[in-house]
Design a binder for this molecule. Structure first.
Ligand SMILES: *Cc1c(COP(=O)(O)O)cnc(C)c1O
Length: 376
């Protein structure tokens, strides 16, 4: 257990014991390979020496110093041992490869790339893919339920506890993609998740300048498989991206809290002033959900993403070009606000919808920007 009082301290000091220089900011280390022990009598195969888990250095496809530091910090703030990947989809693929289910349940909507990986596994190996709310008797021992909560792009919360019960009654695993609600917004383990996944590209990164993915699990068996698989799949986070991630995690707490507060203010403004905003049809966000489980599973509010339905496809296409502070781009989680006509990147998104990732700018500026764009 952590000796630190809370996670904002961990995010800043969680890697201190692995510092190998006097630098306050950790050094950038980019070597792709590492020298073996110079004493011939101390030469042992790196696998036996802990290289696969990253505590010994061997070859950077297996581990690198910055990825190891990021894993130590993430393990503390997520609350379970965490493994770092090149991006969120590499993490999802690694989890499905390690669990090796015959059947997977996944919600609609969920991140299109997770659907994409399952379709690829269906094509190659015939795994069966069903909707989250299909008949639970289709699940066997060792199968997988994958719940994205809050869900991309609609930003509403799914009941993790409900799916944990369905999975565990059948001996299946529950994986939760908590990308939209990083710590401290949510703790899916508290509600029964076996594996928690994050696209670290989003809030953990927070500056739109790195790709990373994370899997966390209590299961030592699963972790052993995940590390061994990562070695051969080559899906570790690169040294430089991992270094950027360590830098980014330092400010996770303040970034996320600011972004949540901004998003909730924007949702409130849009819903209360809908009559004055002729291009706005609907807003979707967890703060508008009434169910009790939403308050329990997202106690601090959030996520900092919302979905806007415009009055028409044409309005949705044009709104991004009228905004000054929301860049028209895919992705989310950075301190820069973004908006996306979502059907450009997600083939399943309705053509009248926009996904809004709220950044850390002054919220009055953001509201004024949206007001103008939704009035024209
Ligand atoms: C972005 C995202 C992913 C994929 O992550 P990458 O880092 O882009 O590979 C997976 N799930 C959710 C919910 C996402 O938003």
């Amino acid at each position: 257990m952590s000796e630190f009082p809370n996670y904002s301290t961990i995010a800043i000091h969680g890697d201190s014991e692995f510092h190998d220089s006097q630098d306050v900011a950790p050094p950038i280390r980019l070597s792709s390979t590492y020298r073996y022990n110079s004493n011939p009598d101390d030469l042992v195969a790196p696998g036996a020496a802990g290289a696969i888990e990253g505590s010994e250095l061997w070859y950077s496809r297996i581990s690198n110093p910055s990825a190891y530091k990021a894993e130590k910090i993430l393990s503390e703030i997520i609350g379970k041992p965490s493994i770092l990947y090149a991006n969120g989809l590499a993490a999802f693929h690694a989890a499905v490869t390690a669990v090796n289910p015959k059947t997977v349940f996944i919600g609609t909507p969920s991140y299109h790339g997770c659907h994409g990986i399952l379709q690829l596994l269906k094509r190659n190996y015939g795994i069966k893919v069903y909707d989250l709310d299909d008949d639970p008797s289709l699940l066997q021992k060792g199968d997988l339920i994958h719940v994205e909560s809050p869900a991309n792009p609609i930003s509403t919360c799914r009941d993790i506890a409900k799916y944990a019960k369905i999975a565990h009654e059948r001996g299946a695993y529950l994986m939760v993609d908590a990308t939209f609600a990083p710590p401290p917004l949510s703790d899916p383990f508290k509600f029964g998740a076996d594996i928690v996944m994050h696209s670290g590209t989003k809030y953990f990164g927070g500056h739109s300048d790195l790709l990373a993915g994370v899997l966390a699990t209590e299961s030592a068996d699963l972790r052993k498989t995940l590390y061994a698989d990562r070695l051969v799949l080559g899906s570790i986070c690169s040294s430089f991206d991992a270094w950027l991630l360590v830098r980014s995690l330092r400010t996770l707490n303040i970034r996320v809290k600011t972004q949540v507060a901004n998003a909730e203010r924007i949702v409130k403004y849009l819903t209360e002033h809908k009559n004055e905003l002729p291009l706005l049809k609907e807003v979707s966000h967890a703060s508008l959900q009434k169910e009790q489980f939403v308050r329990e599973q997202l106690p601090l509010g959030g996520p900092p993403v919302l979905q806007i339905t415009a009055v028409s496809k044409d309005a949705a296409r044009r709104i991004p070009s009228k905004l000054k502070y929301f860049f028209h781009a895919t992705s989310l989680g950075g301190v820069e606000s973004l908006i996306e006509w979502r059907c450009l990147s997600d083939p399943h998104a309705p053509p009248d919808t926009l996904r809004v990732s709220v950044g850390a700018e002054n919220v009055e500026d953001l509201i004024e920007d949206l007001r103008k764009a939704l009035q024209q």
